[in-house]
Design a protein around this ligand. Structure first.
Ligand code: AMP
Length: 276
């Protein structure tokens, strides 16, 4: 069992880095694996499309899965691949959930994906308990997830270091995501608007504009693209509490957005660290 392997490695004084993913690996995932490789003796990649983080009607069934190709991509970049079946992690009668209050429901994606972060926190804690990593690597692309996992690790006194890694983008700025594969060519073209909007908002914030002005500009850019079927949110937030800001008093400041193009839901964010 992987648990035995990683505990043996740790007893030998080897550090273990974990990169949790849902597979359909791309350069964003690979950047996390590279960082884990540089900072640990042993690198474990998990691939698990976690049913508990998808609500009814979301894309659990059609989420891209290609374990053979993923395994090939990481073959010489990680030491172990952990790809359990759902029944092994959630046997019948499974009944225990981790819920990080205050940062999950009602904030950003939590408003549109009820129960999502409960599923995320639960699977991440289960993976930590199985693999017992010294460090675990997450992308800032899923900003709210990263805040929730850090909070869980701190509130539950976990000894794992949570390492957050920058968002890897396509040449036109679109954040890499396994869900980009759903986009038809004209939708893919429209998708670049999300990062454009965030950049425009960030530029305004950097040069001293208030959150309202930045939000208006982002919404204007997004609503001018016909293939964007819904703007779920696009605004300026406190990066720790995830509260929407009505004034900017300090940095960093988070600009985040979620849109739908056809049936595909895309999220992205940028942090503004300094004001001019
Ligand atoms: P996922 O497979 O989408 O659940 O993502 C697994 C991990 O990779 C999460 O920590 C994500 O935040 C991270 N990730 C996904 N896309 C990117 C990206 N474009 N750049 C950096 N990290 C990413």
């Amino acid at each position: 069992m992987l648990q035995d392997i990683t505990s043996r490695e740790r007893r030998r004084g080897r550090s273990v880095g974990l990169v949790p993913t849902m597979g359909a690996l791309h350069a964003g995932h690979m950047s996390l694996i590279k960082r884990a490789r540089a900072e640990n003796d042993i690198v474990v990649v998990s691939i698990f499309v976690n049913p508990a983080q998808f609500a009814a009607g979301e894309d659990f069934n059609k989420y891209p899965r290609d374990l053979a190709s993923d395994a090939g991509m990481i073959q010489d970049k990680a030491d172990y691949l952990f790809a359990p079946e759902a029944w092994a992690l959630y046997p019948s009668g499974y009944n225990t959930w981790v819920y990080v209050e205050g940062l999950s429901e009602g904030k950003l994606c939590g408003r549109f994906r009820p129960g999502h972060f409960k599923g995320v926190a639960t699977i991440v804690l289960k993976l930590f308990n199985i693999i017992q990593p010294d460090r675990a690597y997450f992308g800032l692309k899923d900003y709210q997830q990263s805040v929730i996992i850090r909070k869980m690790a701190s509130d539950l006194d976990l000894s794992v270091d949570i390492v957050l890694c920058p968002t890897i983008r396509e040449p036109d700025g679109l954040a890499m995501s396994s869900r980009n594969a759903y986009l038809a060519p004209e939708e893919r073209e429209a998708a670049r608007a999300l990062y454009e909007a965030l950049q425009a908002g960030a530029g305004l914030v950097r040069s001293g504009a208030g959150p309202e002005k930045a939000k208006t500009e982002m919404q204007k850019i997004l609503s001018s693209r016909p293939l964007i079927s819904e703007i779920q949110y696009a605004s300026v937030y406190n990066p720790e509490t995830l509260e929407e800001l009505s004034a900017i008093e300090k940095t960093p400041v988070l600009l985040a957005g979620a849109i739908r193009i056809g049936n595909t839901r895309l999220i992205d964010n940028v942090l503004v660290n300094e004001l001019k």
